[in-house]
Design a protein around this ligand. Sequence first.
Ligand SMILES: Nc1ncnc2c1ncn2[C@@H]1O[C@H](COP(=O)(O)OP(=O)(O)O)[C@@H](O)[C@H]1O
Ligand SMILES: Cc1cn([C@H]2C[C@H](O)[C@@H](COP(=O)(O)O)O2)c(=O)[nH]c1=O
Length: 215
Amino acid sequence: MAQLTFFTGPMNCGKSTLALQIDYTESSAGRRGVRFTCKDRGGESVISSRIGLSEDAVEVTSDLDFWAFVVAEFTAGRRIDYLVCDEAQFYAAEQIDQLAHIVDDLGIDVHCFGILHDFRTAMFPASARLVELADRIEMLQARPRCWCGQPATHNARTVGGVMVTEGSQVVVGDTAGDAEVAYEVLCRKHHRRRENSAVVNVDLTPDPLPFGAAE
Ligand SMILES: Nc1ncnc2c1ncn2[C@@H]1O[C@H](COP(=O)(O)OP(=O)(O)O)[C@@H](O)[C@H]1O
Ligand SMILES: Cc1cn([C@H]2C[C@H](O)[C@@H](COP(=O)(O)O)O2)c(=O)[nH]c1=O
């Protein structure tokens, strides 16, 4: 039975890495898939993971109809066994319905990857629809930690290092680097208290000497 699966977790927990791993593993077994992405940090039409992997992908625009796309591929004589859909939080809710239709009526496995909440803790419309429709929801296990050491569950947006709770739902950005608008993953308590690492003066720079390294 084909399934609609939603792999989720906060930013930086390995979703894009797993998307590329699943695609690699499936295609190595002779299955044919199509990769999709939307507003990846690495640019248009790419799935990029912080671990260094990246692959080209079809960019999901607001007018893309997944059902029509797959039917056109079939009509052109191309087989499709699975879809890998990264940054799914940015899709339209109706596009998630199209993906469920593809699973049910064409028997194609659909693997979706995305964050659940925005920086205000509200669910993205597409993520909410995935929670409503998915056969399976998987929380990724490599969960990043809040600066306090607790597992991070929420995504904070920072502007100039200070956590904000107002602004557009969609602003592409990263958890690392020195961009004016950035993100930091936090536990619920510190998200609720608006206490990110810069505000409480915690330096998250890793120790430059890994365990066992010669001095
Ligand atoms: N140099 C590295 N070595 C090993 N793992 C890394 C390295 N850089 C990043 N990672 C892993 O990659 C994860 C982020 O992967 P990514 O697929 O970009 O996350 P997501 O798509 O969920 O934002 C980090 O949590 C970390 O586990
Ligand atoms: C919380 C939040 C995030 N985003 C953006 C920031 C990134 O470009 C992506 C998440 O990518 P990742 O692969 O999971 O790291 O989403 C946003 O636009 N709005 C938000 O509130």
